[in-house]
Design a protein around this ligand. Structure first.
Ligand SMILES: Nc1nc2c(c(=O)[nH]1)N[C@H]1C(S)=C(S)[C@@H](COP(=O)(O)OP(=O)(O)OC[C@H]3O[C@@H](n4cnc5c(=O)[nH]c(N)nc54)[C@H](O)[C@@H]3O)O[C@H]1N2
Ligand SMILES: Nc1nc2c(c(=O)[nH]1)N[C@H]1C(S)=C(S)[C@@H](COP(=O)(O)OP(=O)(O)OC[C@H]3O[C@@H](n4cnc5c(=O)[nH]c(N)nc54)[C@H](O)[C@@H]3O)O[C@H]1N2
Ligand code: SF4
Ligand SMILES: [Mo]
Length: 867
């Protein structure tokens, strides 16, 4: 690999913002490695980042503009968007149109979308999926600091003596930061980690203490700590804040945890000046999200544990550019550059900078209200960019219905088949990662370049170019006459310095005069970057200049009831990214947890067994999922991953069950707490089908698709009698060739395989329950060119003649399964390091290390029981 071809770029997934070295090996492929010089990851990548090279194919991409499903030219498509938006505004006013955008846009795209909407369409109806993600953190920061500021930096994770992980499964969601934390603790064993999460997650593997708190009770916990620890008890603000503080017994009761554990946390926090609280969606996605954020900040401010090395409240951002979106103000209640409507003169600065006489006069609809306004017909034209609201919004069926009846739905997207794209009238193909170029800002305020290293897919264009194309057609060419992302970046950076003089901490005016060459070569740079003076530092040293905000504890809006007795908690799994449009392309990543599932505590699993299907119902929808019974789950709650869509499992999408209650301050929906009920799904047969051709996800009443690389595997279940299902599925496969079948009607077993010229084309297994032969072995056979005679004979037995079965990998990088790790422990290997040397498991990205540790611990426990 010659060094000339290596392009330095940034991972497009989470807000850690890891530096990536991409070495193109063809128009659709590249070698991927971590960038040792990037200050976020110093060369590390997690499983998702490492597999980026497997997501670059053109499979499923949207390659040409379309109107009503018909391919058109770019001119026709952009003319049509401009015509429809102009007409709607002329007839119904500017507030009858909206944009719904995403934290996966580059800062330059995001800036263009915001300027177009607020400056020129004349409405503030632009919101972002960051409303579902960061809005409560933003609101909390503004209340405490007067501005949306993250005081801490990544180094603090290594410097802290006590780290609290609150509502964050960083081991899976910010894996490289979690690895940095574990590496630092290996150097300083006295440092402690406490996890506060209703579930026992992978992030608990390295923790000294896990507090499995009652869902939604974080405010009570932090108010308790504040009440005990505030060092300036005479400060009127502390008195006000302390009014709400429960004592130990009441706090333990409210949070549903052991008083002794709470006392331990109190003692540790009290004795540790270098305390850092990392928080994420268990905090933000709540009807008390802003209060949760402020309760955390209050504790740090009142104890002086902020703005110092190793100390502070630290909001982990979700998407790669959640922070950049906030910088450019692409949310309905912000202007741009951290400027605000309600501070005198600031709207005027924006108006003048943009030369936009029609600047929106005040805030617009936030996401949940925005889709309700589409439903009510108040908003008649919407442009969705880089997000999939039919899957990711709460009350998702209502969102689907609203879009289905909206007069004009425009979508700029990288993928053709996506649940929301399917509803669009106008589809605009966007450049994806590897093709687009610009900047992103990570959780610690570091601005990094994403650089292109691949040619554009089909006719795809950059999102900023598409927006500018429409703006020009609506008559605003002069304000959108950019030639490159560098032009946009300079305009954005200049705005942050206007009328500033230290009044706003977000200041990157020092970057406003970068030449094109300097922009292209920009090294990772942490803000602030004022045009004069020092930058990149921590903020609010010791709490100076920060405010305490009273946060009286209140319960989640919707309580459980007899009809809906369980709390639905939703979130992420290690190897999938959101609605799976990219990670779903990697067979390797699909293997970790291949089906949509629901985790129940054994106490809540009456009448269902591990591996059964269950129906989850709420007042607004229902889903059917595979059950995992697990005592790490908090009793009374059920966890479901947010990822599955109609493309992968039509019945496995969950968000139609999620309530759309929002935090009154931030407008962020309560995605972690919806009352639901669970009932068994009584299928009359279960089965799976592996085929060399893709068949669609309508094969059975319940159907989940899993690409394996060489083939497509479908997990199936149905309500009709099994013999009917068997005939119908064989007919559906419609392969010319000879089926070999094995049928035992009395036991409900139906098996079929299709082999032509020694090549396996398809297998179908049906039985009365989910306990069918190992799919992994059968799916593996599709990788071969030709089967041996022994393999062909063994096919319908469903297991190899020698009995050696492959298993689902724990370590996806090297394909090492739990059995292999257990065997190594039984053979005497006793640590992660030794297992790594012997099996290679966990030695590449490290994302699986928490799971390997758990397997080692279990295997050791079994060994010692066995004596
Ligand atoms: N693998 C992977 N990584 C990702 C993403 C992905 O899709 N996949 N997405 C990225 C994005 S955009 C985001 S926003 C982040 C999200 O990162 P995280 O917030 O870490 O992930 P989640 O799984 O959504 O939720 C975190 C935890 O909150 C807990 N929780 C639920 N209710 C409560 C509560 O009341 N109190 C507390 N304290 N905890 C609670 C849940 O049990 C869950 O374990 O991940 C980013 N990283
Ligand atoms: N129940 C539940 N729901 C949730 C959450 C939860 O925890 N629980 N989490 C919420 C959170 S924190 C988030 S961030 C959201 C995420 O939810 P979404 O934003 O809806 O999910 P993604 O799959 O990331 O959608 C991004 C889309 O952009 C496309 N895309 C990728 N690159 C580009 C590009 O450069 N340009 C364009 N135009 N398109 C591109 C991708 O193909 C994909 O379709 O989900 C939210 N919803
Ligand atoms: S932690 Fe993983 S997903 Fe997040 S930026 Fe780094 S490599 Fe990408
Ligand atoms: Mo997010």
């Amino acid at each position: 690999m010659s060094t000339e071809t290596v392009v330095k770029t940034t991972c497009p997934y989470c807000g850690v913002g890891c530096g990536v070295l991409a070495s193109p090996t063809g128009p659709l492929s590249a070698g991927i490695a971590g960038d040792k010089e990037h200050p976020a990851n110093f060369g590390r990548l997690c499983s998702k980042g490492s597999a980026l090279g497997e997501t670059l194919s053109l499979d499923g991409r949207l390659l040409h503009p379309e109107i009503n499903g018909v391919r058109v030219s770019w001119d026709e498509a952009l003319d049509e968007v401009a015509r429809r938006f102009s007409k709607t505004i002329a007839e119904h006013g500017p507030d009858s149109v909206a944009l719904y955008v995403s934290g996966q846009l580059l800062t330059e795209d995001y800036y263009a979308a915001n300027k177009f909407t607020k400056g020129f369409l004349g409405t503030a109806n632009i919101d972002s999926n960051s409303r579902l993600c960061m809005a409560s953190a933003v609101a909390g920061h503004k209340r405490a600091f007067g501005e949306d500021i993250v005081p801490a930096i990544y180094e603090d994770i290594e410097l802290a003596d006590l780290v609290l992980l609150v509502g964050s499964n960083a081991a899976w969601c910010h894996p490289v930061l979690y690895q940095r934390l574990l590496a630092a603790r290996a150097q300083r064993p006295e440092a402690k980690l406490v996890v506060i999460d209703p579930r026992r997650t992978s992030s608990c593997e390295g923790a000294e203490l896990h507090l499995p708190i009652r869902p939604g009770s974080d405010v009570a916990l932090f108010n308790f700590l504040l009440g005990q620890l505030a060092s300036n008890p005479d400060d009127p603000a502390v008195i006000a804040a302390r009014k709400d503080a429960p004592d130990l017994a009441i706090a333990a009761e409210l949070c549903g945890v052991e008083p002794a554990d709470l006392a331990k946390l109190l003692a540790w926090f009290a004795e540790t000046p270098r305390a850092l609280t990392l928080f994420s969606q268990g905090v933000n996605q709540s009807s008390a999200g802003a209060d949760k954020v402020n309760a955390i900040i209050n504790l740090h401010v009142a104890t002086g544990r902020i703005g110092l090395p190793g100390a502070g409240p630290f909001s982990l951002t979700g998407q790669p550019n959640a922070m950049g979106g906030r910088e450019v103000g692409a949310l309905a209640n912000m202007l741009a550059g951290h400027l605000e409507w309600d501070r005198p003169g600031e709207a005027e600065l924006v108006r003048a900078h943009w030369n936009a006489p029609n600047l929106a006069k005040g805030p617009g609809h936030k996401a949940v209200d925005l889709f309700r306004a589409i439903e009510s017909g108040q908003i008649r034209a919407v442009w969705i960019i880089a997000t999939n609201p039919v899957v990711s919004m709460p009350e998702a069926d209502a969102v689907l219905a609203a879009l289905a009846k909206c007069e004009t739905v425009v979508i700029s997207e990288a993928m053709r088949a996506q649940d929301s794209v399917n509803l669009a009238h106008i589809r605009l193909p966007a450049l994806a990662w590897g093709e687009k170029s610009g900047t992103v800002t990570n959780s610690e305020r570091t601005i990094s370049r994403q650089r292109a290293f691949l040619p554009a897919a089909g006719e795809a264009r950059a999102d900023w170019q598409i927006i500018a194309g429409v703006a020009v057609r609506m008559g605003w060419g002069a304000a959108f006459a950019w030639n490159s992302p560098a032009d946009i970046f300079r305009e954005h950076a200049a705005l942050t310095g206007l009328g500033n003089n230290g009044r706003r901490l977000f200041d990157i005016s020092g970057l406003a005069t970068l030449t094109d060459a300097e922009y292209n070569g920009l090294e990772p740079t942490r803000w602030p970057v004022p045009s004069s003076g020092e930058g990149g530092h921590r903020f609010f040293t010791g709490g100076l200049g920060a405010k305490l905000v009273p946060t009286p504890y209140r319960l989640p809006v919707n309580a459980t009831s007899e009809a809906y007795p369980l709390v639905l908690n939703t979130g992420r799994i290690r190897d999938q990214w959101h609605t799976m449009t990219r990670t779903g392309k990697s067979a390797r990543l699909m293997q970790h947890l291949p089906e949509p599932f629901a985790t129940l505590h054994p106490d809540d699993a009456q009448g269902v067994a591990n591996g059964d299907l269950i129906r989850i119902e709420s007042p607004t929808g229902n889903s059917v999922l595979r059950v995992q019974i697990d005592s790490d789950q908090r009793p009374g709650s059920v966890f479901v991953p947010m990822h599955w869509t109609r493309q992968f499992c039509p019945q496995g999408r969950i968000n139609q069950n999620v309530n759309a209650e929002v935090d009154p301050v931030s407008g962020q929906p309560e995605l972690k707490h919806s009352p639901v009920r669970v009932t068994p799904y009584l299928a009359s047969w279960h089965g799976f089908l592996v085929s060399r051709t893709e068949l669609g996800v309508d094969l059975a009443d319940w159907c989940a698709m899993l690409p394996t690389g060489a083939a497509w595997r479908y997990e199936l279940a149905g309500l009709e009698p099994p013999d009917e299902a068997f005939d119908h599925l064989l007919a559906r496969l419609d392969h010319p060739g000879a089926w070999i079948t094995l049928i035992d009607r009395a036991s409900g077993l139906y098996r079929a395989a299709l082999v032509r010229d020694g090549i396996l084309l398809a297998v179908l297994f049906i039985g009365p329950d989910h306990a069918l032969p190992a799919r992994e072995w059968l799916a593996d056979l599709f990788v071969r060119d030709r089967l041996t005679l022994a393999e062909r004979r063994a096919l319908l037995a469903g297991k190899p003649a020698d009995g050696a079965m492959p298993e689902a990998p724990v370590c996806v990088c090297f394909g090492v399964g739990a059995g292999q790790i257990q065997a190594a422990v039984e053979a005497g290997s006793c640590s992660l390091e030794v297992i790594g040397i012997e099996t290679k498991a966990g030695t590449n990205c490290g994302s699986c290390r928490p799971e390997i540790r758990a397997i080692i611990a279990n295997a050791k426990a079994l060994l010692s029981e066995a004596g």
